[in-house]
Design a protein around this ligand. Structure first.
Ligand SMILES: [Zn+2]
Length: 68
């Protein structure tokens, strides 16, 4: 694999680098799915991050690429 691709895979594995507000360590993605906002007719990539030792959860919803 090229270096760029290795970096990309690494990036995907660690998600977008959300830090736990308690211990300040990088949180782990525990779930990925898609949510829908029917009013806005948009779809969102939903990711749930967890810090197991602190029992902290974060949900992030990122709009999928759509032409505005
Ligand atoms: Zn933590």
């Amino acid at each position: 694999m090229s270096n760029a691709l290795v970096a990309k895979v690494k990036e995907l594995k660690k998600g977008i680098g959300i830090l736990c507000p308690k211990c300040n360590e990088e949180m782990e993605i525990t779930k990925k799915d898609i949510s829908h906002d029917f009013k806005k007719k948009k779809e969102y990539n939903r990711m749930i991050y967890i810090c197991r030792k602190d029992d902290v959860w974060v949900t992030i919803e990122v709009p999928q690429n759509t032409a505005n």
